[in-house]
Structure formats: structure tokens, C-alpha cells
Design a protein. Structure first.
Length: 255
């Protein structure tokens, strides 16, 4: 029983800012806070129904199925829709639940444009990695077998993983973000396939973006400290609390 207060404090530190942001935004904006998320869920469900019909399978493949063997311009044209093409061999309800949760939290915390940008960047990273991995060959550390060129990419899962890591970084939920990364590493160790490798590529791309975002703040903080300051600008709240409590009106950039 003595451990419960400590666990509660840890949970508040980890998820408190995130829960507070989501609750405040939903209370202030209502359904207007979530437009992208239900649209993404509905589109994914519609695509799943269509690709399981005799009349819909081929159009979905032509418009949203990306393979490494496809010409690159064609793959890039198909990539935006591929975010919403779930795997045929997996239960669609799992994908819909992941999109509802992760896209929903991301849309509230990041806004619609940045959510779409991060989701697309994560998916594109996985798609491009597949081409590089196949070119390297199975003997290389990051290489892939030639047979993976005919495998359809991960669909919405790379976007979900990338968004989860990005939101955890932005809201300083370090333990949760580490769990997501660890789960994807374990996935590759247990079942080394193209989907798992693309998930890791999506995470790597998002971490690079997070590092680029954080670098100017670190440089500025170091300069302030060397000058004898406190590491924050005069009159500005600490960066940690600013990130935690930033509201919708204060989002000034996509990244």
C-alpha cells in the first residue's frame, strides 16, 4: 500500500500534462477539437470494407498500396492514401482503435496540420527505408531480402507509432515514449519482417525531427547560462511548463 502514493505521483508526472491538455482543449472547443480523427477512422473503415470486396480490392491497391518494387513517383503518389489502408491479414478493429486514440490525442496536442505532417513523415520514412533496405540486401545490418519488394507497406501503423513517439516527446512523457520504442524493438526481435522494420524507421525519422526541434532551445539555453542568466528568457515561463500548458492559440509552427 505504501507504494501507491509513489506510483500515483509517477503517473501524474508522466501523464498529467497530457491529460490536462486534452481535457482543457475538449472542454473549450468541444467537437471542433476533433475533426481529423473521426475522418481518419471513417476513411480507414471505408477502405477496409472496400478492399475486402471483389469490386474494391483492385482500386484500393492501385490508389493506396505501396510496395518497394513500385516506381518511386508512383509510390509517392500512393503514400498519402496508404496512411489509411489497413493490413488485410490483421483485425481492422485494432487499427481503428489505435487511430482513434493516437490521432485523437495528437490532434488535440499538435493541431490537425502538424498531426498530418508527422503521420505522413513517419509513413514516408518507412516507405523509403524499404527501398534502401532491399538495395542493401539481407547480408547488411539494415538490409532486407529482395522478396520484401513485393510486400505492401505498413499502412496506418507507422503513422500511429510515429505520432505516439512525437507526442510523448513534446509532452515529456519519457517513460511512455520509451515503452513504445521498446515494444517496436521487441516486435522486430520476435518477428523480423518488413512491417517491424518500417516501424523502427518511422521512429528514427520522428526522433530526428524531435532533435531538430529541440536543438535551438538547447543552444539558446546554453548561451544564456554562459552569459550568467538562468537559461530562460526574461519574462517567459520555463520551457518545461510552457510545453505542458501550451494551448491551441499558442501553436505557431508545424513542428
Amino acid at each position: 500500500m505504501s507504494r501507491l502514493p509513489a506510483l500515483r505521483r509517477a503517473a501524474v508526472r508522466e501523464w498529467g500534462p497530457l491529460v490536462t491538455t486534452v481535457r482543457a482543449d475538449l472542454a473549450g472547443r468541444g467537437v471542433r477539437a476533433l475533426v481529423l480523427t473521426p475522418s481518419a477512422v471513417a476513411l480507414t473503415a471505408l477502405v477496409q470494407v472496400a478492399q475486402n470486396q471483389s469490386w474494391g480490392y483492385r482500386p484500393v491497391q492501385n490508389l493506396g498500396a505501396v510496395r518497394a518494387e513500385d516506381p518511386l513517383p508512383l509510390a509517392l503518389l500512393r503514400t498519402p492514401l496508404s496512411l489509411f489502408v489497413p493490413a488485410l491479414d490483421l483485425p481492422v478493429w485494432g487499427a481503428l482503435a489505435q487511430i482513434l486514440l493516437v490521432f485523437g490525442v495528437a490532434e488535440v496536442c499538435l493541431g490537425r496540420r502538424r498531426t498530418l505532417a508527422v503521420a505522413y513523415a513517419a509513413t514516408l520514412a518507412g516507405t523509403l527505408y524499404a527501398r534502401v533496405g532491399i538495395a542493401l540486401g539481407p547480408e547488411a545490418l539494415l538490409g532486407l531480402p529482395a522478396s520484401d519488394a513485393r510486400v505492401v507497406d505498413t499502412g496506418p501503423s507507422a503513422a500511429v507509432v510515429g505520432l505516439a513517439v512525437y507526442v510523448c516527446h513534446q509532452r515529456r512523457a519519457w517513460f511512455t515514449g520509451a515503452l513504445v520504442v521498446l515494444a517496436m524493438v521487441v516486435e522486430v526481435l520476435v518477428k523480423d519482417n518488413l512491417a517491424g522494420r518500417e516501424h523502427l524507421a518511422a521512429i528514427a525519422a520522428v526522433l530526428v525531427v524531435c532533435g531538430v526541434r529541440a536543438w535551438p532551445g538547447r543552444r539558446g539555453g546554453g548561451q544564456d547560462l554562459r552569459a550568467g542568466g538562468s537559461g530562460t528568457r526574461s519574462g517567459a515561463p520555463p520551457m518545461r511548463s510552457w510545453n505542458f500548458r501550451r494551448g491551441p492559440a499558442q501553436r505557431t509552427s508545424w513542428w
